[in-house]
Design a protein around this ligand. Structure first.
Ligand code: SF4
Ligand code: SF4
Length: 378
């Protein structure tokens, strides 16, 4: 444990450091008497790094923020995975993960406990306690400083909502709240196959930032749908592309990578550009619904995207397929023309086919393999 001088001696300090560090150590000793992990925790009293946050397994940078009662509260920005050991590395800022001073013992116990459970001679703390970009999410509960009474109220309301009209109202309210609360810090990910979400956003949160991931493999109809939405609703649509064109990817990996290694293709053409498009945002909005796939069955209205360190808001999460159709018909929603050809779920052209009668709505996605997700939402 390493702590800078903190508020006692430093004029720049925003938080206590040594007292916080002492509490964490004492609590860990009390709660985990078997704790013997070589985990270095570095605590700074401000966003500077006198205690060398960047090379601690866990680095904590002190800050203050106003809580729901408008009172100043000490919080710590978490950095994970630094090391001065055999393989030195710089800790990665877990962008929006901030822990209250009082919550530090719980947080440290949780993240070090995970390491104790999973460690092996070949697995350092940063392989377990602090997954690298692209690893599995560290946690999905919304961290305390990022929760608010409004979020709690939305979650409770969603749990109690069953009627179609209430779901529509809830979707509208959460979108309007997201824009009001986060402004330019919220963005909506659209595949142009989620037309009801676009309509709901354009009519409830006008001016909201929207990004469309142009993988280079989209149907012409999908590109046309983007062009239409740019003019029919007040949405700020930006198009995001992968670093490499399809041609460049073909040169590096050979043609039709999607047929040989769709996971790699999706990582390069969807997940990497999506991560880049979300940089700097505090929250993103998606069209994920629980009814889409078993992998989505437990999705809440608002969740914590731990891998990207931001809130994820799913306004349609509880809607059924029929309710989506009902809304589209009732509001004259402009639909991707592929709908008329039997495409119930729309993705890249090589990996999407229309579905037949009685088939699952997503049966046409990666129909020739057991792949069910592109990796954006898991
Ligand atoms: S990290 Fe900040 S609070 Fe701590 S000694 Fe350095 S400047 Fe002061
Ligand atoms: S859906 Fe298919 S073509 Fe599109 S990125 Fe994934 S594997 Fe590649």
């Amino acid at each position: 444990m390493l702590a800078c001088t903190g508020i006692e001696y430093c004029k720049l300090a925003l938080t206590e450091t040594k007292a916080r560090a002492r509490t964490v150590v004492l609590e860990l000793e009390r709660r985990r008497p078997d704790f013997d992990a070589p985990v270095a925790i570095h605590v700074n009293g401000c966003p500077n790094a006198c205690a060398r946050t960047q090379v601690g397994d866990i680095g904590l940078k002190g800050m203050v923020h106003r809580d729901d009662n408008d009172e100043l509260q000490e919080i710590f920005q978490v950095h994970l995975g630094g090391s001065l050991g055999a393989t030195p590395g710089v800790a990665r800022k877990t962008r929006a993960l901030k822990v209250t001073a009082d919550g530090l013992p719980d947080y440290i116990e949780r993240v070090t406990g995970r390491y104790l459970e999973q460690r092996s001679p070949r697995r350092e703390f940063r392989d377990v306690g602090a997954p690298r970009r692209g690893g599995r999410p560290a946690m999905t509960a919304i961290p305390a400083p990022n929760r608010s009474a409004e979020i709690e109220a939305f979650l409770a309301r969603e749990e109690a909502t069953t009627a179609y009209a209430d779901k529509v109202r809830l979707g509208r309210d959460v979108l309007a709240w997201a824009l009001d609360r986060y402004g330019d810090g919220v963005t909506l990910a659209s595949s142009m196959g989620d037309e009801v979400l676009l309509h709901l956003a354009g009519t409830s949160a006008p001016g909201i930032d929207v990004f469309f991931l142009d993988t280079g493999y989209h149907f012409a109809e999908t590109i046309g749908t983007r062009d239409a939405y740019e003019v029919i609703l007040p949405l700020k649509i930006r198009t995001v592309r992968p670093r490499e064109s399809v041609g460049q990817q073909d040169l590096r990996f050979g043609p039709r990578l999607h047929a040989r290694n769709p996971d790699l293709c999706c990582r390069m053409r969807k997940v990497a550009p999506l991560n880049a498009a979300l940089e700097g945002y505090a929250a993103w909005v998606t069209g994920v619904r629980r009814a889409d796939a078993p992998t989505r069955a437990a999705t809440p209205l608002i969740e914590w995207d731990a891998r990207r360190g931001m809130l994820k808001i799913n306004p349609l999460v509880g809607w059924t397929h029929d309710e989506v159709d009902t809304y589209a018909a009732a509001h004259g929603v402009f639909l991707n023309p592929l709908r008329q050809l039997g495409f119930t779920s729309i993705g890249c052209e090589p990996c999407t086919r229309p579905v037949g009668a009685g088939e699952d709505a997503r049966a046409g996605r990666w129909a020739d393999s057991d792949k069910v997700e592109c990796g954006l939402h898991i």
